[in-house]
Design a binder for this molecule. Structure first.
Ligand SMILES: [Zn+2]
Length: 90
């Protein structure tokens, strides 16, 4: 179980961007995680997005869920991704 008191000391709502200090807005984002040479994509990830610099902040608990899904989750779909090698393109 999580210690709710400790969590409430760092409110995720109404906080400001740690990079530029502007306000954050809740949004659902596409998140990517790389593990070794494999790439995992996550759709509809709840996040706080900075209205000024666009930096995305994802709660620790959400990232733990992302980790869990990589370990034992069943993907909604498997997509083909294009990979470009800049060393080979010129
Ligand atoms: Zn910002």
């Amino acid at each position: 179980m999580r210690d709710e008191e400790a969590v409430s000391e760092v409110p995720t709502q109404g906080t400001r961007c740690a990079l530029c200090g502007h306000s954050l807005q809740e949004a659902l984002v596409l998140h990517e995680e790389q593990r070794g040479d494999r790439l995992f994509l996550f759709r509809n990830v709840p996040a706080q997005v900075c209205s000024a610099c666009g930096e995305t902040w994802i709660a620790e608990g959400t990232l733990a869920e992302v980790d869990r899904l990589i370990q034992e989750g069943k993907p909604s779909e498997v997509v083909e991704t294009m990979l470009f090698d800049l060393a080979a393109s010129r």
